[in-house]
Design a protein around this ligand. Structure first.
Ligand code: HGY
Ligand code: MN
Ligand code: MN
Length: 421
């Protein structure tokens, strides 16, 4: 069945222009951006996007954790059909991770305004605070608070890797808003994001209809041994924190190789002290990121890690304290939304593949409070969290058009069937 606005498409040049302007904030070599959450660069990025939201006449609301939701009214009041993502980046960020989803959402709304299309429901676009979790763990912090998965006060007290505190940094950049957390549940939520992996490109597909997000387990290990002289300390008398950390890092790789399938495992941070050439390391602080689409397998990987750490602590005579930084179970998206994404992509003539997400996303939090889905577009060579991150302009526009038409379909569906997606 066709609908009056089926032929509506976004303005690709305007979208690319905004992506370029936002990427120019916190620029790093290679065309990417570095805007760690709640830094001055993040504030500048926020200010730019909020200006664009206000220039469109949207109702812009900032909540207690700094999430920003901009809404265009519909014919009826009530829950919005919502999209969004994040504009904070990792230190080595590309220009599309998160930013595409927010700016495509803005582009969808500007396209509706330009075409004079009135929707049944309000249409909203959001950016959530600290999706990356790279400065303040866990990842998806803002959307986790938005859906009530973490209390606002607890979130505001989180200390970052640099010793700063979320609440202080929100105050410092002027983004501790007054709107309440948890936020209002939308009617439905759909997020456009780059895949950040090699699957779509390898399969020759333009659009991913994302079926869900894999489980995530982040652990910080603080290893305390004994600083000692590199020259005079006999090997059998050492309590070498660096050796223990290296042994654990190698085992982290072995966990993934041994389990195979979709298991991935990463040591992303490793800090040795006193970090000197002629001193046996007294302490090591490291992080372990484990992920799997299957919760039982993720638990097995965590048990394997914990047993190995215990063994190394024993044999090397070091103390190891483990602190969980993030733990989210795998999420399955609403079939009706996944079907709408896939059906819309096919109707627009794009080849589409249904697939899970390897990366975490705000959508995995929004799935707790409303029917949710995601649209993926390909990443060249599967590269992300790297300034070399790239997606062809035609694919970016295709993703934004699928987002536009999916949101219109979700909006119509509600009024055709009463409530529900
Ligand atoms: O860690 C992640 O998967 C996401 O980039 N926050
Ligand atoms: Mn992202
Ligand atoms: Mn990311």
């Amino acid at each position: 069945m066709s609908h009056p606005h089926d032929a509506l498409r976004i303005d690709a040049d305007r979208l690319m222009r905004r992506i370029g302007e936002l990427a120019a904030i916190g620029p790093i070599e290679g065309g990417g951006s570095s805007r760690l959450a709640l830094t001055d660069e993040d504030r500048a990025g926020r200010d730019l996007v909020v200006t664009w939201m206000r220039d469109l006449g949207l109702d812009v609301r900032i909540d207690g954790i700094g999430n920003v939701v901009a809404t265009r009214p519909g014919r009826i009041d009530g829950p919005a059909v919502m999209t969004g993502s994040h504009i904070d980046t990792v230190r080595s960020g590309g220009r599309y991770d998160g930013n595409l989803g927010v700016l495509a959402g803005l582009e969808v709304i500007e396209t509706l305004i330009g075409a004079g299309v009135e929707t049944e429901h309000p249409i909203a676009v959001a950016f959530f605070t600290d999706e990356e979790g790279a400065r303040f763990p866990p990842d998806m912090l803002g959307s986790l608070v938005y859906v009530g998965g973490l209390g606002l006060e607890d979130a505001l007290d989180i200390e970052g890797i640099d010793g700063s505190v979320v609440g202080d940094e929100l105050d410092r950049i002027g983004y501790r808003g007054t709107h309440p957390c948890p936020g209002p549940a939308p009617h439905a939520f759909v997020e456009l994001h780059i895949e950040q992996g090699p699957v779509l490109e390898a399969g020759g597909h333009t659009i991913g209809a994302v079926t869900g997000v894999q489980g995530i387990s982040w652990t910080e290990l603080t290893i305390t041994g004994q600083a000692n002289h590199a020259g005079t300390t006999p090997m059998d008398l050492r309590h070498d924190a660096a050796y223990a950390a290296a042994a654990i890092a190698c085992h982290v790789r072995d966990i993934a190789s041994g389990m195979g399938g979709r298991q991935v495992a990463t040591v992303g941070r490793l800090d040795l002290q006193p970090d000197l050439v002629n001193v046996v390391a007294g302490t090591a602080v490291m992080t372990v990121d484990l992920r799997n689409t299957d919760e039982a397998l993720l638990l097995a990987a965590e048990v394997d890690l914990s047993n190995f750490v215990e063994g190394v602590a024993d044999s090397e005579g070091v103390r190891v304290e483990a602190r969980s930084l993030a733990r989210f179970e795998p999420v399955v998206f609403a079939e009706a939304v996944v079907d709408t994404v896939a059906g819309t992509a096919e109707r627009l003539g794009h080849s589409v593949s249904r697939m899970p997400s390897g990366a975490g996303h705000d959508a995995q939090m929004m799935a707790r409070i409303c029917p949710t889905g995601m649209v993926f577009v390909p990443s060249r060579d599967g590269i992300s969290h790297n300034p070399a991150e790239h997606t062809d302009a035609a694919d970016l526009a295709a993703g934004a058009d699928v987002l536009l038409q999916t949101m219109l379909a979700l909006d119509r569906r509600a009024s055709e069937e009463g409530e529900g997606t």
